[in-house]
Design a binder for this molecule. Structure first.
Ligand code: GLY
Length: 426
């Protein structure tokens, strides 16, 4: 009523006219008044509605990432051959690493994502420049399972966008190299050969390793040997059997007897305890099994992805961003891990397109949007504090490193998730 009378006044003022006005004109003015009243009310109600239930806008956050990445680019001299990895808490400068670092693929990956979004040659050229720094990794024996992260996020993204045959040859060679870490008796890839040699001689497999199967799946379908597909499937099956606890939380690492293949025990490296649920490990499981289902269409992998996701969502704190470990002893006074949130948001968006039940799909989609909205808030975006996208990631709490920091992989999966959402909305 109040809005109606306000609109009436606005309409009267706007259309006040001399008494001598003729009847047909008066009639049409009355019609216009009614229309204006309707317009005012509708606009006001939708304004109130938007305020009460804000619509998350991925594109304005992608634009934010573009602006931040431009700032980072300006800090890297053209002749430099290092890549940004992290910015420590309350610091403003990136810590740079060589191409051999496990995180080296994420910066080129971010540049490829920005090229995909903008179609701007500038980003393609920068992406190519940083991707090429990783070329030597394809021509040496496998250091560890991270070869998948390194090469799939850089050359892999690049190849999918440009079809550059040189990238393809490098990827195929790298997939063969990664496969040399596969142990047929255990049924998994050896994640950390260095640790096996130095510590106990036992074959180790970490949950993160699920992510690196994507390179093998891709290679098996793009001219590489079919055995790469079998290796990826066997790894996913063995991990599903041994790495999940009965409640579907995951162990960070499993140790196996190298020659019999027997499972020895589960343990952690970056989590709080052997039996705890390390947040990023659970995120890798959700993403890894979602991707494995996409590549195989075997329902058991979809079930594994959903089981891991459902537990993660059930145990999330109210603001949708997990603490670095779901069982850390001093929650709520523990650092968060925004990178786990970003990985999970991206995975949930894909998972929402793979499940057939519409209600379940909607739930995964809505949870992903809520996570992205939280990550895009003032608390989690770096904004003027540094040139990364996100704050509050935790790399290795037990080692006391990269706690409450900006991490390049958090940024990468955040941007990937925003782009996925933007495409889904369109
Ligand atoms: N893949 C190593 C990590 O998640 O920290």
């Amino acid at each position: 009523t109040y809005l109606g009378s306000c609109a009436d006044r606005v309409a009267s003022l706007a259309f006040s006219c001399p008494e001598t006005i003729h009847w047909p004109l008066n009639q049409s003015l009355n019609g216009m008044k009614a229309f204006l009243k309707y317009l005012c009310c509708t606009l006001f109600i939708s304004f109130i509605g938007c305020r009460a239930n804000p619509v998350f806008n991925p594109s304005e956050n992608i634009d934010y990432c573009l602006a931040q990445a431009s700032k980072t680019l300006q800090t890297i001299p053209p002749e430099d051959s290092l890549l940004p990895r992290n910015i420590d808490r309350n610091k403003t400068d990136w810590h740079f690493v060589p191409g051999t670092d496990w995180t080296s693929g994420f910066w080129p990956g971010i540049l490829w994502l920005l090229y995909e979004y903008t179609g701007d040659e500038k980003w393609r050229m920068e992406a190519n420049r940083f991707t090429r720094l990783l070329t030597p990794l394809s021509a040496r024996p496998a250091h560890d399972h991270d070869l998948g992260f390194q090469m799939n996020c850089s050359f892999g993204k690049g190849y999918r966008l440009t079809q550059n045959p040189e990238y393809k040859a490098i990827l195929l060679r790298t997939a063969d190299t990664l496969a040399t870490l596969f142990n047929l008796r255990v049924g998994t890839i050896l994640s950390w050969p260095g640790m096996k040699k130095d510590k106990n001689g036992l074959h180790n497999t970490i949950i993160d390793n699920m992510m690196n199967l994507e390179l093998l799946f891709w290679a098996s379908k793009n001219g590489g040997p079919y055995s790469l597909y079998d290796i990826a499937v066997r790894h996913a099956e063995t991990t599903m059997k041994n790495q999940f606890r009965p409640d579907f939380s995951t162990y960070h690492a499993i140790l196996y007897n190298d020659s019999t293949g027997a499972r020895i025990k589960g343990q952690t490296h970056q989590g709080y305890a052997d039996e705890s649920m390390w947040a990023r490990g659970q995120a890798w499981a959700i993403y890894g099994y979602t991707m494995t289902y996409r590549e195989t269409r075997d329902p058991k992998f979809l079930e594994a992805a959903q089981n891991a996701a459902n537990l993660y969502l059930k145990r999330l704190p109210e603001d949708m961003i997990p603490y670095w470990d779901f069982d850390a002893p001093n929650i709520p006074n523990e650092p968060k891990d925004a990178s786990a949130a970003a990985i999970t948001a991206s995975a949930l968006l894909e998972l929402s397109t793979l499940v057939s039940d519409k209600g379940i799909a909607k739930n995964y989609y809505e949870k992903a949007v809520k996570i992205l909205a939280a990550l895009s808030s003032e608390k989690y975006q770096s904004r003027g504090k540094n040139s990364a996208f996100l704050l509050h990631c935790t790399g290795h709490k037990p080692a006391g490193t990269e706690i409450d920091a900006s991490m390049i992989y958090g940024d990468y999966y955040y941007l990937e998730a925003l782009l996925r959402l933007e495409k889904m909305k369109n």
